[in-house]
Design a protein around this ligand. Structure first.
Ligand SMILES: NC(=O)c1ccc[n+]([C@@H]2O[C@H](COP(=O)([O-])OP(=O)(O)OC[C@H]3O[C@@H](n4cnc5c(N)ncnc54)[C@H](O)[C@@H]3O)[C@@H](O)[C@H]2O)c1
Length: 272
């Protein structure tokens, strides 16, 4: 039986994964979250502070999925540094101390958010281009993955997760924010769970970065290396539905990005 620990297990993505993996009788699944849960296998702990009281949950653990974070892409440094950088380091440290073999880090599309209005094929090895503290902290987390795999022999998968909405039953459509960019990084629940499972159990050495989106038509995201490296094969697909208002906004964004630096800076605001 393999022991798996999910941080952020009471959260949106964490709970979906916790429930899903718990159905597998070959796995002993545990959670860790700052929010209390009725489930005795979800330990309460604040991972911004290293504490053996929570770190001990990693004893005899085979795989970690680290999801706990401030997930708000508009979060400020005051929250991003403790919750996304310090906390990630603490979880890596606890996992390495207990000899964990596989670490899955919930990275984000925001590591490359600066390519939203630029034609680019978004392979995992494209030059990172974060535009907000959130994206920077996710990039730092990926770099920690490199460090812990090099120094401690852990295999690490940093998954640049697309967008699994906590509203609209995670169905794609024009309601999604951020226009074309937002819609074309849709990740269905089914593909998310498959991607996490593959990230945990695929044969991987060292540290790799993979994109996790559904197979959306016309997207810039490259899923070829996700297929070859972790055997990720999404089954769902969305097509962008773009009303005229979004098309006009995109047009201004494109012009601003290229010709008017001050507008380029303004549109890089995550809410645009
Ligand atoms: N939802 C998405 O589409 C999406 C996209 C890209 C990346 N991600 C990443 O996936 C992860 C999960 O996202 P989510 O949407 O489920 O967010 P969420 O806010 O629903 O879940 C995060 C969980 O982490 C816990 N947590 C936060 N700070 C903590 C701390 N200091 N100690 C212990 N627990 C703490 C929270 O209590 C919460 O349960 C995050 O790292 C997020 O950045 C999510």
């Amino acid at each position: 039986m393999r022991k798996i620990v999910i941080t952020g297990a009471t959260g949106h993505l964490g709970n979906k994964l916790y429930q899903y993996l718990s159905q597998n009788d070959q796995l002993d699944v545990w959670g860790l979250d700052i929010r209390p849960s009725d489930d005795p296998k979800i330990i309460v702990g604040d991972i911004t502070q290293y504490d053996e009281a929570w770190a001990d949950v990693f004893a005899d653990c085979d795989g970690v999925v680290h999801l706990a974070a401030d997930r708000d892409n508009q979060c400020n440094w005051d929250s991003a540094i403790p919750n996304n950088i310090d906390a990630t380091f603490n979880v890596f440290q606890a996992a390495s101390k207990h000899g964990v073999k596989r670490f899955v880090f919930a990275s984000s599309n925001w590591v490359v958010g600066g390519y939203r209005f630029i034609d680019a094929r978004l392979t995992p090895d494209i030059l990172p281009n974060p535009v907000n503290p959130y994206g920077v902290t996710k990039l730092v987390g990926e770099r920690m993955g490199n460090f812990f795999s090099e120094q401690y022999g852990m295999s690490v998968v940093s998954a640049r997760i697309g967008w699994t909405q906590w509203t609209h039953d995670n169905q794609p459509g024009a309601h999604m924010e951020m226009g074309r960019w937002g819609q074309l990084m849709w990740l269905s629940d089914r593909d998310y769970l498959h991607g996490m499972e593959r990230s945990l159990f695929a044969d991987v050495e060292g540290h790799i970065v993979v994109n996790l989106m559904s197979n959306n038509k016309g997207m810039k995201w490259c899923l070829e290396s996700s297929a070859s490296q972790i055997d990720y094969h999404p089954q769902d697909s969305a097509t962008a539905e773009l009303p005229l208002t979004i098309r006009i906004k995109e047009c201004f964004a494109w012009l601003g990005q290229r010709f008017i630096p001050s507008i380029g800076k303004w549109i890089n605001n995550p809410s645009f």
